[in-house]
Design a protein around this ligand. Sequence first.
Ligand SMILES: [Zn+2]
Length: 283
Amino acid sequence: MPELPEVETVVRGLRQTVLGQTIEDLSLNAPPASVFVSASFGDESLPNIIIGRRITSVDRRGKNILISLTGKMTLWVHLKMTGHFYYRERSTPLDKHDLVVFYLRPENRAPGKMSLRFNDYRRFGRLRLFYNRELWQQDGLKELGPEPLELTRGDFVLLCKSAKRMIKPALLDQSFIAGLGNIYADESLYASRIHPTRVTSSLSTPKLVELHGQIRRLLKMAIRKMGTSVDSFSGVNGNPGEFQKYLKVYGNEGNPCLRCGRLIVRQRIGARSAHFCPRCQRA
Ligand SMILES: [Zn+2]
């Protein structure tokens, strides 16, 4: 699933391409579960509401994409497993998994030649339209924890010290901290030499400071490398990311640890699997 650096890569790609453009037409091939329109819009369909509106900003919160439109409304997108946005010429043939196609007209009123396609072959991704005034009351947004790149060292230490739970599931919990998933949680714990089952409140302040620094370092580096493509992830231009070349434990079970040579293991912790070095990361 795309995590913070992958979603940030998509958001930056959208800013470079669709920001300021007007939605001239929209075609929907999505199954009903993929697209949701708030009841506040009455019985209007998504195309009826958003055709003619301009894209005024594109932002990220956790793993969520927020596309603001004129008329004080926001299209809230979660890519889930295999959701992608692709910026393509209108003449490019449609893929059968292009579920929503936005036909765009640039700001200079030149004829529109481009389209934005929401493509999702597993169909867990979601596009939801809300008025801005009701957006932050929605489940999935209202409970989000702090952004790891905005959270200060002191606040991160306080957050961990005040919780008594295993560190790995805590890092995955979007209401604890927003944007991390299995890849960056495993890599950050390895870099900080912390066993994934350690209880947050039992970790020393220097250890938590180190973890905070490693999370920031890895997220920033992954954003520079345009994300991790271990599955199908790609940016708006269709290019994969490069951070998979720098993974030390995620997906590396059975390979020797780069620090000590012991084999990396993969173990179920909570509901998810964790990758770690049993020697460098002691329980
Ligand atoms: Zn090791």
